[in-house]
Design a protein around this ligand. Sequence first.
Ligand code: SAM
Length: 357
Amino acid sequence: MTTATAMDQDKAAAFGGRMMEMISSGTLMMMTSVGHEVGLFETMAGMRPATSQEIATAAGLNERYVREWLGAMTTGRIVDYDPVGARFSLPAEHAASLTTAAGPVNMGLWAWSFIGFGETLDSLAECFRSGGGIPYSKFTKFPMVMAAISAANYDASLISTTLPLVPGLVERLKAGIDVADVGCGSGHAINLMAKQFPNSRFTGFDFSEVSVNAAREEAQGLQLKNARFEVKDVATLSGPPAYDFITAFDAIHDQAHPRKVLRGIADSLRPGGTFLCVDIAGSSNLHENMDNPMAPMMYSASTMHCMTVSARPRRRRSREHVGEQKAHELFREAGFTNIETKRIDSDPSNNYYICRK
Ligand SMILES: C[S@@+](CC[C@H](N)C(=O)[O-])C[C@H]1O[C@@H](n2cnc3c(N)ncnc32)[C@H](O)[C@@H]1O
């Protein structure tokens, strides 16, 4: 038998208020996502204070919808409103976080992508009841969402900041080496590197045909002769050692068989080769994530997408929760003995692990 303890009424009232704020912010996030998708933030960033009709006309949208959206944005303190003349404006300080000017930390893009992660919530409820997972193929928006969020990130930092994290790598890429990207998605990282380093040869692997087709299309558009893409389950990777540098951008934590994949990567690296693994920054221990303001978002994204795509239906369990400690353990198990963890300012949600055998 449990004994009821006396309830702290102030605590209950404060928590109820916080939950109400959360619901209000949650709905505002949905409207932020729509605003991003239809280009309203970009439009407003370039405008003087304007009426809903002027904003709708400038954005090429329906005024009635724009007016209601502006109601949400104004009461949500995202947009300023002057009732004299009924004019709305997006302060420059807010546009700095909601437009392409923000690069990889464009919160409009983040809102849009997290709404995208939620596209299978009905199936997710069923997983809570019966276990199992939701396969990648059910996330129809995912390739597009991931491509957009990754492109913003890679464009801002891949060549200028990320590759120089590995000592001597840029010089080797200039001279000409073999590079593979595991779980390459829509291939933007490979294509950017292939364009920058024409003497090196690049291969991207992903089991999503939709993503690989998008990657090939981009490579073709850029007339790249040194980038190729293969539809492949990276859990089948094995030697012989054919690569000098292998990358995995946000593609290890959602593997059904991370040990197999990492072993395959280690076996595919030539002597002296490097594996760069970019993956979720955070502790593997729940209690150590309490002060990380991004932690609720990461656990939610994991529940909605990363964990459920890695679940193995027959065994009705998914892989272990990853995080820095677990990642190091998995790298060591795969045969990497020299592992460094680095961070970059423009990508607060990831660790950059540099692994050598
Ligand atoms: C979170 S996305 C990251 C995509 C890309 N690296 C990026 O940064 O945009 C993970 C990618 O890994 C791919 N993936 C997951 N498991 C895979 C497997 N076993 N074999 C091949 N690709 C896999 C998915 O299709 C998806 O494109």
